[in-house]
Write a protein that binds this ligand. Structure first.
Ligand code: NAP
Length: 371
């Protein structure tokens, strides 16, 4: 008996993918035609070979979902709220790739549950403190992340948060709405200005440097930074000086945290650090809540050890509405919206999907985390 075998021919041209299901011989003839195909960009799947399985932990953009579905069998948690731990553990089982977010803790338990098929973990974030990187590396799983594409958005938000805090914008808006605005008043709702100020940036990476560039035109007097490694070339171009942490805390009118959360930076902003700051200092954090010892910050704000704080990140997230930080007028709190521009979030979703596709095909990921 003659059986006809079919091949599933996938072709990539630029960023477009084409799939053909053809009788094997036709498929091979087709393949033999002079198409400009690289070895990496073609894949054959016999009809019995299943597509790689991907689990996506949140509702993402249609565009990102579409490019994943072209090549993968995709299942997802379709809600805007985070996937529960139980649902994640159940659904990650047997998957080849995981599309996750910073709200998903990816640790040994998740990896064990996923099993040996898991080859790629792509997080839709630049921060990766929610991933147990050592466990992941032990299993030769590749990690994709989203550097650069959110840098501008997060730097913009950092500047916005700084001004909202120092110029008391939220408090002022509240006063205007609730009848607290009686008349123009010389010292009402005043705060420290940027003009002539010393700005200190802790973590002079991609976001830290973009924050620095955006603050220069405010006519600041001095820009100083503290970073794990020297950033001599970038600092020279921007006009920043490297100092140790002690000096930065003591000298800065504005202390801005844009460092990564690591075992070394965990709770580095503690009682001791706040005591070293000026009583007029404004502290801004757009990195991760974990870099701050939060009880120390509450103390520093309550006792006016520092002037005020603006936080886009905190511990835990979401911050319970009865948290002492919400009771403090000199603290501005945002719900982790650093990268929340439409453009940045869409590009982050797309880059995460592309990281997965490239990883599954054995190609270089557009943004692989190499530690
Ligand atoms: P990045 O380029 O890797 O910058 C992180 C910087 O932190 C690096 O320059 C690094 O120094 C520095 N650093 C690490 N450990 C340090 C230490 N012990 N002391 C001083 N500096 C230290 O990353 P990025 O793209 O700028 O992002 C920075 C962080 O921002 C992310 O990790 C993420 O947590 C956070 N983030 C938050 C939001 C938000 O929505 N609020 C959005 C995006 C990112 P080296 O150069 O020596 O490695």
């Amino acid at each position: 008996m003659n059986t006809i075998r079919f091949v599933n021919l996938c072709l990539q041209s630029g960023s477009n993918y084409y799939r053909y299901i053809l009788p094997a011989r036709t498929g091979l003839q087709f393949f033999n035609k002079p198409f400009a195909l690289s070895q990496h960009s073609t894949r054959f799947y016999s009809e019995k070979m299943s597509k790689p399985k991907v689990y996506v932990t949140r509702a993402i953009t249609t565009e990102a979902m579409n490019i994943l579905e072209e090549f993968c069998e995709v299942s997802s948690w379709p809600e805007p709220d985070p996937v529960s731990r139980d649902v994640l553990l159940e659904n990650v089982s047997g998957k080849d790739a995981l599309f996750c977010l910073l709200t998903d803790r990816i640790d040994k338990e998740v990896l064990d549950k996923a099993g040996p098929n898991l080859k790629i973990i792509a997080t839709m974030s630049v921060g990766y403190d929610h991933l147990d990187v050592n466990e992941i590396k032990k299993r030769n799983i590749k990690i994709g992340y989203t550097p650069d594409v959110l840098t501008d958005a997060t730097a913009e938000l950092t500047v916005a948060l700084l001004l909202a805090t120092s110029r008391r914008l939220l408090e002022a808006n509240e006063e205007a709405r609730n009848g607290g605005w009686k008349a123009w008043s010389p010292f009402w709702l005043c705060g420290p200005g940027l003009n002539g100020a010393t700005v200190g940036i802790v973590g002079f990476g991609r976001i830290g440097q973009e924050v620095a560039k955006r603050l220069k035109p405010f006519n600041i007097k001095r820009l100083i930074y503290h970073n794990r490694s020297e950033k001599a070339k970038e600092a020279k171009e921007i006009g920043a000086t490297r100092v140790n942490l002690e000096e930065l805390l003591a000298e800065s009118d504005f202390v801005i945290a844009t460092c990564a959360l690591t075992p070394e930076t965990k709770e580095m902003f503690n009682d001791c650090a706040f005591k070293k700051m000026k009583p007029t200092a404004v502290f801004i954090n757009t990195s991760r809540g974990g870099v701050v010892h939060q009880e120390s910050l509450v103390r520093a704000l309550t006792h006016k050890t520092i002037w005020g704080a603006g936080l886009d990140v905190m511990t835990p997230e979401p911050l319970p509405v009865d948290d002492p930080l919400f009771k403090l007028k000199n603290c501005v709190i945002l719900p982790h919206i650093g990268s929340a521009t439409i453009e940045a979030r869409s590009t982050m979703a797309m880059l995460t999907a592309k990281n997965i596709l490239a990883g599954l095909k054995g190609e270089n990921m557009p943004a692989e985390l190499k530690i």
